[in-house]
Ligand binder design. Structure first.
Ligand SMILES: NC(=O)c1ccc[n+]([C@@H]2O[C@H](COP(=O)([O-])OP(=O)(O)OC[C@H]3O[C@@H](n4cnc5c(N)ncnc54)[C@H](OP(=O)(O)O)[C@@H]3O)[C@@H](O)[C@H]2O)c1
Length: 291
């Protein structure tokens, strides 16, 4: 059985890759030379260099593959990349696809391109007749806060998701669910929402982080205004992606308290990791390393 992992250096992909590193029947599709180099010393399986939108590279990557972990960042090429990969894999005989999606919002929210892209891709896969399709729909990742570990350690958690409470989920749980769905004989399948064990507001999350870092941490709201847009544009984010993120964050701000998905329990048979565990095991070391 051959498994293909896409975005093996991505937020979820890196943990999936870590779990499959000793398998000679795991294959990894990477785009950049830097990512390929980072992988080379880590995995025993085959590494294929190529862009997920390049049909020839994708054909090489999916040849002989039985199961596919399909992931892609929110980007202008996301729909093209995931449909090219998924449909080419299906043509090549892939039976099972485990797709990384995103949790949808409760009724009455504005359509946003982030969850909208996932719906379009999942619909195309279903229409194409994938025999075994799992669409994992996680809530916001706790690991989103790792790049800000140093400023959190200085006492500020700045974020644009507003006053609501969410089931922030540890990416390690998402990756374990991916690996379980890929490798088991009998996958759970279908759409599966993944959350952490509790809905937390950003003020509550700041308090959890502060306790782990032994310092008071204050939540500061980042409004979705022109300065927010300019900051993203200055970091090279395309205008359509800024619009999509704006609508996503507007939905976060308006949803209030998000329901909790029970996917970790359903797939892995255990409770999800808590924000406290994430803060102690990953945020604190990141803050100490970068402070
Ligand atoms: N962040 C959250 O809170 C959250 C919550 C729920 C769902 N999600 C979903 O999670 C998914 C992953 O998002 P992410 O931001 O975490 O991204 P990511 O998985 O970290 O992906 C980044 C990786 O994508 C690779 N990549 C980008 N374009 C590529 C292309 N054209 N061909 C091949 N590889 C390409 C890059 O490879 P190189 O390094 O080689 O360039 C990079 O390693 C998204 O679909 C998002 O909607 C995120």
């Amino acid at each position: 059985m051959t498994v293909l992992v896409t975005t093996p250096n991505g937020m979820v992909g890196r943990y999936v890759t870590e779990a499959l590193r000793d398998r000679t029947d795991a294959r990894f599709l990477v785009r950049s030379a830097a990512s390929a180099e980072a992988l080379a010393g880590l995995v025993r399986g085959e590494i294929i260099r190529g862009d997920a939108t390049d049909a020839a590279a994708v054909r090489r990557a999916v040849e002989g593959v039985d199961r596919l972990f399909l992931a892609h960042p929110f980007a202008e090429d996301q729909i093209a990349a995931e449909t090219t990969l998924g449909l080419t894999a299906l043509d090549a005989g892939v039976r099972r696809i485990v797709k990384l999606g995103a949790r949808r919002f409760g009724g009455g929210r504005t359509p946003d391109a982030v969850t909208g892209n996932h719906d379009i891709i999942a619909d195309r896969l279903r229409e194409a007749g994938v025999a075994e399709l799992t669409v994992l729909q996680p809530d916001r990742f706790l690991q989103n806060f790792l790049p800000s570990a140093a400023s959190i350690a200085r006492g500020t958690l700045a974020d644009a998701a507003g006053p609501g409470a969410r089931g922030y989920v540890d990416v390690r749980d998402i990756a374990e669910a991916v690996v379980a769905e890929l490798l088991t004989d009998h996958p759970t399948g279908g759409e599966i929402e993944l959350s952490g064990p509790a809905s937390l507001s950003l003020s509550e999350l700041a308090a959890v982080f502060g306790a782990a870092l032994d310092t008071p941490v204050r939540y500061v709201d980042v409004p979705l205004n022109d300065a927010w847009r300019t900051d993203l544009a200055d970091r090279g984010t395309a205008p359509s992606i800024i619009d999509g993120l704006h609508d996503l964050y507007a939905n976060y701000r308006h949803e209030g308290t998000a329901d909790l998905g029970n996917g970790v329990q359903r797939i892995l048979g255990r409770p999800p990791r808590s924000a406290e565990t994430f803060a102690r095991e990953l945020l604190r070391p990141a803050a100490l390393g970068s402070a």
